[in-house]
Design a protein around this ligand. Structure first.
Ligand SMILES: [Zn+2]
Length: 149
């Protein structure tokens, strides 16, 4: 009885700490030039080494297959998979003054989405647009939910 109680205390004290530390160790970032060709994304880091990028996040995966954003300097956050592919959780466009996010915006309808596609309203293709993470369009859409595509 006493032993079980002590075990419980030890587990309760250490489990959250352990899992938090493990996540921080695994998560890393890469910075380099984004290259997208035939739907496959790589980031070219120093010495011209290309790292393949994939993402489990649907919007990120779709964005990383959009050749219109190829060539931009990016910072990707995520982790290396055992096969050497970098799994992207989120990414930013690197500008001298700040990090930018890419949204897909329809100028006509003022509708914001987070993946390439046609505007839900006028059906015209949305345009990849670099915005500051504090852009009100991002805040608005993340709070209220993005329009259904
Ligand atoms: Zn539209």
């Amino acid at each position: 009885m006493t032993t079980h109680f002590v075990m419980f205390l030890i587990l309760a004290a250490f489990s959250p700490l352990c899992s938090a530390t493990a996540q921080e160790e695994k998560e890393t970032s890469l910075q380099g030039k984004l290259q997208i060709s035939e739907g496959k994304a790589t980031v070219v880091v120093e010495q011209g080494k290309a790292v393949s990028l994939e993402s489990d996040v649907a919007d990120v995966a779709a964005t990383l297959s959009d050749e219109r954003i190829s060539g931009r300097p990016v910072k990707v956050l995520g982790r290396f998979r055992p096969d050497g592919v970098f799994s992207v959780r989120e990414f930013y466009v690197v500008r001298p003054e700040s990090l930018y996010r890419i949204i897909y915006f329809c100028d006509t309808c003022h509708i914001t989405t987070f993946a390439p596609g046609d505007c839900a309203c006028c059906q015209e293709p949305t345009v990849p647009t670099e915005v500051l993470p504090t852009d009100p369009r991002i805040y608005h859409e993340e709070v209220t939910g993005q329009p259904k595509r």
